[in-house]
Structure formats: C-alpha cells, structure tokens
Design a protein around this ligand. Sequence first.
Ligand SMILES: [Zn+2]
Length: 415
Amino acid sequence: MKENLESHYGQLLGLESPWEVTSVELELENQKVEIRLEHAPSEPVSCPECGKHCSIHDHAPERTWRHLDTMQFETRLKARVPRCKCQDCGVKTVDVPWAGKHGRFTLMFEAFAIVVIRNASSIQAACELLKIHWSTADTIMKRAVERGMRRRGSEPIEHLGIDEKSFRSGHRYVSLLNDLKGGRVIDVAEGRDEQSAAKLFEGLTDLQRGKIRAIALDMWKAFINASKKACPGADLVHDRFHVAKHLGEAVDQVRRAEAKRLRGEGDDRLIGTRWSWLRNEENISDDKWSEFEVLRDSELKTGRAWSIKECFRWFWQPHLSRDEAEEYFFDKWYSWAIRSRLEPIKKVARMLKRHLPELLNWCEHHITNAVSEGLNSRIQTIKSAARGFRYFANYRTRILFFCGKLDLSPFSSAH
Ligand SMILES: [Zn+2]
C-alpha cells in the first residue's frame, strides 16, 4: 500500500528516474502532505551551467517547495539536491525537473498561482485562495513577467499609442507604450520626459520600429521627440481623447472665471454646473438638459466656449479627407475660436494649429488612444487595489502581468 502511494505521487509529479519519491507523510491534524524525493546516488547528473555529465559531489542542504494542494491538504516537496563537481564550472547545485532555479514553488504550483491571480477579483483574494503571502504573489508575478518579456516575439506592430498615467497619488507619472491593435501594453517607464519615452521603444526590435505606421499621442514635446527618433518612418497622430481633454479644460477655465465674476454680481446661475459642461451633449440626462440648454444659449461665455469645444468633434468624422478636414473644417473652426475673445479657448486653438499636420494625420490613420484608455481603466483598478505603489518596479510588473498579453507560464512555451 505504502509503495503504491509513493509511486502514485511520483506519477503525479511527472517524476522519472533518477528522481523518486521515497516517502509520503500525511499530517492529518495540520492538513499537510510532505513528499520526500531522492536522486539515485549512482546516476550521473548534468552540470547546470554547461550541461556536461558529472558524478555527484555531495548534496545541498534540504529544501522545500510548495506544490499544488492534494485535495485540501497543503502539499510540500522536500529534497536534498545533488551538487556536481564540473571540471569547467566547479561545484554546482543541479537543476531539478519540478522547479525553477531559485523558486520556492513547483512549476505546477506557479502555473496554477498565475491562473488564480489573473482571474481573482484582487491580488488579496488570490493570496487567500492560494494561502500565500502577498509578497509571494509579487515574486510569482515578477518572475512570470520576466519570462513573458524574454519570450516576446518580433511580430510587426502597425500602430502604437504613447500615453502617461499618474503614479503615487498623482504626484509622479509613468509613461506607457501600447500596441493599439493588439490591445496590450508593450512597456511602462518611470517619468514622462523624453528619456522615459525613449526607454519604452527599446523593447522593440529595429525591424519592428521600422514597420510602425503611426503613433497616437498627445501634443507633448517629450513624447513627440522620442517617437520621431525611435520611429522616423511613422506618422504621428494627435488623438481625439487628448484634444478633447485640452478643450474640456479650457471650457472649465472659462466657467470658473465667469462663475466667480457672476457670483460677485449676485448671479449664481453657474454654481454647481461644472459636470454638465464637461459632458458631451449626448451624455447630459434629459431632466438636466432643458436647464443646460437655457444656460448654453444664454449670453454666457461658458456657453460659447462649450459650443466651440463640441463643434470640434466634427473634425473626427472618419469620411473627411485631409483637405476637407483642413479647408472646410479646421480653418473655419480656428477663426471662430480665435475671435471668441475667450483666452483659454484661443490658447488651445493656437496649439492645435501648431500641430495641424499631426492632427490631420487622423484622416489617414484613424487611430486613437481609445485602446489605451481601456487599458488605462484596468491600470486604474490595479493602482487603486494596491493603494498606490511604493516602488515603480511593482507597478510596472502588475501592469505588464495583467495588460501585457504575455506568455507567463513557467513551463517553456514548447510544452
Ligand atoms: Zn560545467
């Protein structure tokens, strides 16, 4: 019976000679299973560095690996791993078939943990299910991301998006490079200056960089410069989300100044209306709409600013040719904006004019950071789940773990 149990565990672990299970101990009251493994002493081992066959020199102290639970029993493997004395490399601890070099878990446990972490509602929930500490989950994710990044292929990417995201209560930033079609994060770098952005492109091969057709980005000099240097052949496209954000901020500035002035005159029409002005027309609820319509059509500057902002949305119609977008739309919109006597609006209009060629590139590529925005909300979840990260490296690991579409499996992809 006992022998059967041992060979059964050997089979479960996929162990082949020269490794065998020598004992299986069951601790009923602690709900634990301990499996002892031994390497046949007469069998040769391979040097972990050069692969040469050597004889066993001695054994390293006993180590423990956490394995998949057996039913609800926490299961651990224990073994003294042989050390070989290689003529070229010296004394080395040999590799074991069930775990990575310094891993404290079997590959099967790690593979299972990755699936649980990916699918659990939070890292904390995954840790409870797996009965591991959060720092262990961090280590598993870190190793998984390193593996996945090493395995990344050099398949062509057509469209990239580059974006920024706040980090640590909004005082610092990270930059992200996204594969727009693939809906994945390519990499994350600390900061949002040109150097950080340049770092993002380093993960791509020369061939990949040469084949990028277009990059969606904000009118931010550091990102523009880095993109031009890394992918000189790609068109830059200033995308609608960023343009809308700049215009929205301009409307808000106009509103704030005007609300203050009106309040001084005892007029509180603009009090509490901030959110209505930030919304697009179709997102204002019916009961607010009539109220809003009155304000919009009044002599208020805020209403005028809002109309100029809303009108710019016509620019993004997909059927407009480059010439049409410029002559029939932009030129007219620009002169309206610039004669509006609304400083914040004029400022954004001038900025758009300065970046007009890249704005018009939209007519050829129709790309936006919309995908990035979707990824951003996932990243937001990651950020709030961890209540801000102390270290950038942990933040990057989690983003790439969840949004990098990496092959994270601890088994080589050939399996
Ligand atoms: Zn060797």
